[in-house]
Design a protein around this ligand. Sequence first.
Ligand code: GUN
Length: 291
Amino acid sequence: MSATVLEGKFYAAQIKEGIKKDISVLKNKHGITPGLAVIIVGENPASKVYVASKHRSCEEIGIYSEVIELPADVSKEILLAKIAQLNNNDQIHGILVQLPLPDHIKENEAEILNSIDPNKDVDGFHPVNVGKLSIGEEHLVPCTPYGCVKMLELAGIDIEGKNAVIIGRSNIVGKPMFNLLLSRNATVTVCHSRSKDLASITKQADILIAAVGKPHFVTSDMVKPGAVVIDVGINRIAEKKLVGDVDFEQVKQVAGAITPVPGGVGLLTIAMLLHNTVKAACLIHNVTITN
Ligand code: GUN
């Protein structure tokens, strides 16, 4: 039997409908246009594509969007000064520094991200927001794991009481995903590169999240029949060929539901960035919204 394919486009459209309504209330009732600033440093081609897509999505939905392009050799001081300016800019409610940073400022990544006002931190990477999530308070939540959980909820997939296994322990995906699933009462296991006998753990999963960054890493022998498989990976294996961390063709024969790459949870990542920008605008202006 073949798995149900969970199409990102379908769920992202539902989320965006809700966001559009909130933006309309913010604009018409409160005179507030939510604003997002994205800082990109250097010329990383993948980052440029992601940032252009974020900018386009903002414009389509009615969020004011600024893309700030800084040269690859920009100093830490100039970058910090730009963030300080944006922290004080009333038109801007969300600030995002696209990662990865160039090598010469990579070691300053924490200092740079921590300089963003936690109420404008639409990536949810600031220690204040990481700490809040870890105590079950969902203030501004990292967009990729948030999108995965939203997709499960919209697809009517119960999380409570399920065995959820996450492959990957990054700060951007694995760790926040752990907290989101735990606070929805799943039993959560996080695996990583040093985990022993990975397949014996992943085969216990009712919900399996792959966030390793290795093409076709998850094969059908690692998946319990009927499991829900969420593929967070985006790996370029040829100039125009993107694949996930899951061997989709194999695993869809075993899983109950599976997300494709491209066209899966990536589309929800952007939807959640728009959501977080509107939420940040509401927090800053002390306005309550519905979504
Ligand atoms: N690079 C890859 N994913 C992300 C993300 O979610 N946020 C930022 N800022 N950079 C990224």
